[in-house]
Design a protein around this ligand. Structure first.
Ligand code: NI
Length: 170
């Protein structure tokens, strides 16, 4: 299996609002496997389909230290939210940057798994943060949207420079 290419900020494709998955067919199931594979390969704890330029509402998560507890959320929806938690967030699409972001500390979600079954999940702390971060991706939002404009522009500038050095183009 080959990993999928992860788009990096400020790529405008990261701003696409993803559509709900209509039918969970073999192609979608295969995609969820590649999404997880790509996430593990990049040492991430979460990856949204939007980040690999596939604009349907699918998220891969694994917050376990042993990296053996994958969670796939299809068409995830937050149905209850409470509390507040602030943590330094990072993102595979914004490599090397970590900024404090405020989120709900407890959420309840409904989603569909790759077997096509609807399920409910209550999440707190890191899992709650991760789910909110990934759902943001499906809505075309990035964690840098929560920081000051000055800081966001600084990150954009630095990443552009890194990317141009990587490809040898200025
Ligand atoms: Ni992210």
């Amino acid at each position: 299996m080959h990993p999928l290419e992860i788009l990096e900020f400020p790529d405008p494709r990261l701003r696409t609002v993803a559509s709900p998955v209509k039918t969970i067919n073999g192609e979608i199931v295969k995609f969820t496997e590649r999404l997880l594979f790509t996430m593990y390969g990049a040492s991430g704890i979460g990856l949204a389909a939007s980040q690999v330029n596939f604009h349907q509402r699918i998220i891969a998560i694994d917050i376990s230290e042993t990296k053996d507890d994958p969670l796939i959320l299809i068409n995830p929806k937050i149905i209850e939210r409470a509390g507040e938690i602030e943590s330094n967030e990072g993102c595979l699409s914004i490599p090397g940057f970590y900024e404090p972001v405020k989120r709900f500390s407890e959420i309840s979600i409904e989603a569909i798994n790759p077997n096509g079954d609807k399920f409910f999940l209550e999440a707190t702390e890191l899992l709650a943060i991760c789910i909110q971060h990934e759902i943001d991706h499906l809505d075309g939002k990035l964690f840098v949207d929560y920081v000051s404009k000055t800081k966001r522009q600084l990150i954009r500038k630095k990443l552009k420079k890194t990317n141009s050095n990587r490809t040898g183009v200025n």
